[in-house]
Design a protein. Structure first.
Length: 161
């Protein structure tokens, strides 16, 4: 079993934080998109109201009560649009902040992952060197053994003569 990466716990924490920040960013993005859709709906309602007002003004008789009611309705639509615009601006800014936090968390996680990869590469290189050293030592012992065997064989030949 390979030795445990010493920052493994920190890496797990960073990955968890990254996932949490991703979820927070996605939620903020959804809220921002919902606010944008609401703003667009209000813009559409204002455009329709403008068209209706033009048609109303070209009518035969202008009723002051109806005119005031239309103006009041338009004023409320404009207020709601302004509030929706402010909400969208706030949510868009929050989304951007969440995006930056997510990007920072991704960077921190990548740094630790790179460190882990380099640590693993270093460990494998050391293991390869150790294995090569063992093979070299074994080859050297084998050479010494064969040399002794040959020299012992030559000495026996000298004794036989």
């Amino acid at each position: 079993m390979p030795p445990k990466f010493r920052f493994d716990a920190l890496l797990k924490i960073r990955e968890t934080e990254q996932n949490e920040k991703k979820e927070a960013f996605l939620a903020a993005e959804r809220r921002s998109q919902d606010a944008l859709a609401a703003l667009e709906t209000l813009e559409q309602a204002l455009a329709e109201e403008r068209n209706e007002s033009r048609a109303f003004r070209t009518g035969a008789a202008l009723d002051p009560t109806s005119l005031r009611a239309r103006q009041e309705g338009r004023r409320r639509l404009l207020e709601r649009r302004d509030e929706a615009q402010k909400l969208y601006d706030i949510l868009a800014e929050e989304t951007e902040i969440k995006r930056e936090e997510l990007n920072e968390a991704i960077k921190e996680t990548k740094i630790l992952q790179k460190l882990k990869e380099k640590n693993e590469e270093r460990r494998l290189e050391e293991e390869r060197k150790r294995a090569q050293k063992e093979l070299d030592e074994q080859a050297a012992r084998q050479k010494i053994y064969e040399k002794r065997r040959r020299s012992d064989g030559e000495q026996e030949c000298e004794f036989n003569e």
